[in-house]
Design a protein around this ligand. Structure first.
Ligand SMILES: [Zn+2]
Ligand SMILES: [Zn+2]
Length: 152
């Protein structure tokens, strides 16, 4: 489990990035980030809304979608299309990275990895096809080490 201090540092780092980009990390957006930081797994918009309501009772679905849209745009979170959920990105200071997600179908834990070789290969492949990459997420499904060991 990540410590509260570690979480605070991430929020501080994200705030610094926002300041540099001249965008505002509103209180609601910050609460959404904090909820995601505390969660060990990916969360759906409705899971997030339920928890946001504990602190902001007036929050409605558009509130959460607007916050998520901002966080996605800024590259602080990723949307996991195959499970329709959201995770925090640990590489938010490098907005152009290829996000490689290892998704455990048993416990739903998602591990995000980063690999320069894969990035270079994708870039090359895109170039060969005159394709300009905007963002890329590779979603890989399987079993994490903990779940694998439990079953063997
Ligand atoms: Zn990422
Ligand atoms: Zn697992």
């Amino acid at each position: 489990m990540k410590s509260a201090q570690y979480n605070k540092k991430i929020i501080d780092d994200i705030e610094a990035v926002c300041k540099k980009r001249n965008v505002k990390l509103t209180n609601q957006r910050k609460i959404v980030l904090e909820i995601m930081l505390k969660s060990a797994t990916a969360m759906s918009a409705y899971d997030l809304l339920d928890l946001l309501k504990e602190q902001e009772p007036q929050a409605k679905p558009p509130t959460i979608y607007r916050a998520l849209e901002f966080l996605l745009e800024q590259g602080f979170i990723h949307k996991v299309e195959s499970s329709n959920s959201y995770i925090l990105c640990p590489h938010f200071s490098h907005p152009n990275h290829v996000s490689i997600l290892f998704i455990c179908d048993t416990c739903k834990q998602i591990l995000e990895k980063h690999n320069n070789e894969i990035e270079n290969h994708l870039e090359l492949l895109a170039k060969q096809n005159q394709f300009t990459i905007k963002h890329s997420i590779i979603e890989i499904h399987g079993t994490c080490a903990t779940c694998h060991n439990l079953n063997h």
